[in-house]
Write a protein that binds this ligand. Sequence first.
Ligand code: GDD
Length: 342
Amino acid sequence: MTPKRALITGITGQDGMYLAELLLAKGYDVHGLVHGEHNPQADLVRRVIPGVRLLTGDLTDLPSLMRALTVSEPHEVYNLGAISFVQFSWENPLITTEVTAVGVLNLLEAIRMHCEGDVRRIRFFQASTSEMFGRVQESPQRETTYLAPRSPYGVAKVFGHQMTVNYRQKHGMHASSGILFNHESPRRGPEFVTRKVTRGVARIHLGLQDSLHLGNLDARRDWGFAGDYVHAMWLMLQQDEPDDYVVATGVSHSIRDLLDVAFARIGVHDWTPYVVEDAEFARTPEKNVLVGDATRAREVLGWEPTIDFAGLVNLMVDHDVAEQQGSAHEPPEGRGRPDPGA
Ligand code: GDD
């Protein structure tokens, strides 16, 4: 049997890498879109997941997307590419909109044109986000919860989400959207709070750093494991009918909870001497509790998270201790500015 083929945008991010591994294990031919000529993250993907074929392209460049579709002839397209750091989007709202919002439209149009009237030939997944709920109107949040984004990133994601819904309804595309709550792993960029904490804790443990500067310690999120979330993405595209699904654990934790678990892993039960609340990292206003209701994903897809919050944080601390000692297998570092093309 001919293997299924998939095209992943955002292949250099944590989700792209986990998804590529999942699809390769299922026997897919996997193509990934990478932005820029000398993208250091592309070398990491080549090294860690040698089975992936990388193509250059950019979500803001429609001809490059058309070319990627022609070369890869995918059965499934996963759009994980975005500028995804919320704070960055406040400083760079236009480029965030071009990549994270208009980029989705470019890809949908590229697929529509490529399929020439047979739009069901390619199944499409859009990575939507809990940030679309912003000023939350109900808790927990579900697929029908009103969208009230509170950042340029959230606004851009709402555009991509609604465009996906519209292309499904108007053009009959098999286009699904996963409303993904925060999902983390040892591959998470160090600018995000979980990795910042686990990496900082590892460095404190090894005497390489003496304090950790954080923003609002009372902020709460619904954190899951990225490897579980890419499994939900794949399940969505295996359904006969496309739909939208919240992907979440249903449990909310504060940054203080995160600190409790991470420091306990290195045997520290009072972290207060190490943590500095720093206005530089505080976001305002931020009073909302993001927590997702993944009933639909559970009932329709049969999806369940496999790693709980403590398991996830411990996994990340252990990885970061090994990495800081120079013994980890895969350095997920060197991300710097979020990668707009991939
Ligand atoms: N990054 C960061 N750094 N966040 C901090 C810090 C800090 O020093 N201190 C407190 N926080 C709080 C933030 O204010 C926020 O409430 C929470 O930690 C999580 O922040 P991030 O880890 O940066 O993630 P995010 O929730 O803004 O967004 C992530 O998850 C979304 C939902 O899946 C990103 O991955 C988004 O792209 C994604 O859509």
